[in-house]
Every structure is written in C-alpha cells, then in structure tokens.
Design a protein around this ligand. Structure first.
Ligand code: HEC
Ligand code: HEC
Length: 288
C-alpha cells in the first residue's frame, strides 16, 4: 500500500488521480452539506409515501394523506356557490327597492351587477358605461326610457326594438329618406333643434323650424323639446346627444332616423342577474 501523497503547494492529500501532471486534491464535501443532502432524501421518500406523487399507467399513487388539489378547488367552488346561493335566493325574493335598502344585499348586487355588466354590456356601452355614438352613457342622468330602478329593470328585461314581444319600441320617421319633409324644411328644423340646445343657429330659420317642430316632432319630443321617457324620445335641450351634436349629425338623424337596438336580457340572463344589473346601472350616478 502506497502512502498518501501530499501536495506541495497546499499541503493537502491528493487522490492519486493525475492528468497531464495536474493532480486532484482530496477535498471531501463539508459535513453540514452532506447532512442536508441526506435530510432532503429522507424528506422526499416521506413525501412520496404521504402525498400523491408517482404517475402509474392509468392512475397515480394517492399517498397516505389522500390530498387532492382537485378536491380542494371543488370544495372551495362549492363553498362559494353555497355562499352565493344564499344571497341569490334573497335577491330573488326581494324587490328592487328592498335590495337597495339592505346594505348587505346591495353590496352583493353591485359586485354581481358590475361583473355581469363587464361580460354582457361593456361591448356596447363601454367598460365604464360611458357609452359611445348610438350607445347611451349610463352614468349621466339623461334617460331615454326612464332612470328609476323599475324603468331600468324593465328596459333590461324587454330590450329596445329588440323583437321581444313587450319590447320598448318607438320609431322616429325618416323625414328625409321617406320625403316627409323638404330638404329646406329639414334645414330649418335643424336650426330650431340647435337653438333648443343653445347652439349656434340661424334665428330666422329656427323661427320657421319651430312651426315644423310643433307639427312633426312635438308629439314625441314634447312641445318644449324635452323628450318623453314613455316614448324613448330624447331630450333635445340638454346638450347630451346620442348621435352627436353637430349640425350634420342632427340633420342626419332627422333625414334618416336611427332606431337604436338594445337586446332583451329576459331569458338570456337569470332574473337575479338582471336585478343585480338594474341595481348596478341605477347606482352609476344617474339613477332617478
Ligand atoms: C348590442 C349593443 C348593446 C348591448 C350588448 C347592451 N346595450 Fe344597452 N343599449 C343599447 C342601445 C343602442 C341603447 C339605446 C337604444 C335607444 O336608442 O333607445 C341601449 C340602452 C340601454 C339603456 C336605456 C338607457 C336610457 O337612457 O334609457 C339601459 C339602461 C341599458 N342599455 C343597459 C344595458 C345593460 C345593463 C346591458 C347589459 C346587460 C346592455 N345595455 C347591453 C345597446 C346595447
Ligand atoms: C314617433 C316619435 C318621433 C318623432 C315624430 C320624432 N322623433 Fe326624433 N327621436 C325619436 C326617438 C325614439 C329618438 C331616439 C332614436 C334612437 O334611439 O335611435 C329620436 C331621436 C332624435 C334625435 C337625436 C337625438 C340625439 O340625442 O342624438 C334628434 C335630433 C331628433 N330625434 C329630432 C327630431 C325632429 C327634429 C323631429 C321632427 C322633424 C323628430 N325628431 C320627430 C322619436 C321621434
């Protein structure tokens, strides 16, 4: 047996391995490191036994503790459902004013309404319900079809020109396309509408337009142009425009009419969801 060789430079024993004159020193791993390694090996074996770990052909080893992430998720979903159904049952049984008056239910309805709004309404009305040309802003207090809880709830259920048997419906005639008014009359009545909203208008033309308005428009928009929520005819004096407030925009509506369509949600969403949506929309700031 040869004596272990000591390296001259470091004074450490070598292993006897040598490559091209370079010798390997014998420096074992530190003890603490080895113990940690052994501990992790023991831990892993214990873990295999206790927890689901090894895939088998069609199954896997379940482990003694029987833990399953699937079961944990299923469980928490079931808990959330149970907690919700308690609220949903109460929403079903409570009228809109009652929901508004109960802080607990109100909070639930607002959260549920907001979520349902994002899924179903935001594509047309915008994320913040701010609307766009042709799609009303639901935050202001200008309402086509009324802004009470019951009005909004009814609008949601039956829609607007939606094809639902009870839909909210009213069609403004296309005064230009259907030649109900001469182009000059349309121009005059446009001036009158501009003047109603306090915008720049030719005074003489507006004076002539006033008569046309009384004959052709007042039945829906009212003598004073303030609109009628029974008929879904917008207030023309408030400076809030569904289709834009320039002269061209206004002339275009008078010529061609628009008849915006909003789907009916009755049958598409649950009654509880529609109630939550009504409460949410009503809370946006413009509810009456
Ligand atoms: C396909 C587009 C579209 C979708 C989706 C839609 N709306 Fe509408 N909504 C409209 C249009 C267009 C009008 C205006 C109709 C009109 O001109 O009278 C309207 C009108 C309304 C009104 C009446 C506003 C008023 O001033 O009286 C309410 C309230 C409303 N929407 C809420 C909702 C809610 C809540 C949802 C989601 C459940 C929704 N809308 C989804 C297009 C849509
Ligand atoms: C039969 C009822 C009816 C009559 C008559 C009628 N309107 Fe309308 N008008 C409406 C309705 C409903 C709307 C909303 C249309 C929509 O949402 O598509 C509207 C919309 C408008 C708008 C757009 C308002 C906005 O906010 O962008 C203008 C402008 C307007 N009407 C002017 C007139 C003028 C001027 C006349 C007469 C020449 C007239 N209307 C006659 C029902 C009527």
């Amino acid at each position: 047996m040869s004596r272990p060789e000591i390296d001259d430079v470091t004074g450490v024993e070598t292993t006897g391995h040598e490559w091209d004159g370079i010798k390997e020193l014998n420096k074992p791993l530190p003890k603490w490191w080895l113990w940690v390694l052994y501990a992790t090996i023991i831990w892993s074996v214990a873990y295999w036994i206790a927890m689901p770990s090894w895939p088998l052909v069609a199954d896997y080893t379940k482990g003694l503790l029987g833990y399953s992430q699937r079961a944990v998720v299923a469980n928490s979903i079931a808990n959330a459902r149970a907690a919700q159904s308690q609220y949903l049952d109460r929403i079903a049984a409570t009228d809109l004013a009652g929901i508004k008056a109960d802080p607990d239910l109100l909070q639930f309805a607002l959260a549920g309404g907001q979520a349902a709004f994002g899924d179903n309404c935001a594509p047309c009305h915008g994320r913040g319900a701010q609307g766009a040309v042709g799609y009303p802003n639901l935050n202001d207090d200008a309402w086509l079809w009324g802004g009470t809880l019951d009005d909004i709830h009814h609008t949601l259920n039956v829609g607007i020109r939606s094809g639902h048997p009870d839909t909210r419906d009213n069609a403004m005639p296309a005064f230009g396309r259907d030649e109900l008014l001469e182009p000059a009359q349309i121009s005059d009545v446009t001036d009158y509408v501009l003047s109603l909203a306090g915008l720049d208008a030719n005074t003489e033309a507006a004076e002539r337009g006033k008569e046309i308005f009384a004959e052709q428009c007042a039945a829906c928009h009212g003598e004073d142009g303030k609109g009628d929520t029974e008929l879904g005819s917008p207030n023309l004096t408030d400076g809030i425009w569904l289709y834009g407030g320039t002269r061209d925009d206004i002339t275009d509506v008078i010529r061609n009419s628009r008849s915006g369509v909003m789907p009916a949600w009755d049958g598409r969403l649950s009654p509880e969801t529609i109630k939550q949506l009504a409460v949410f929309v009503h809370s946006l700031g413009g509810g009456q």
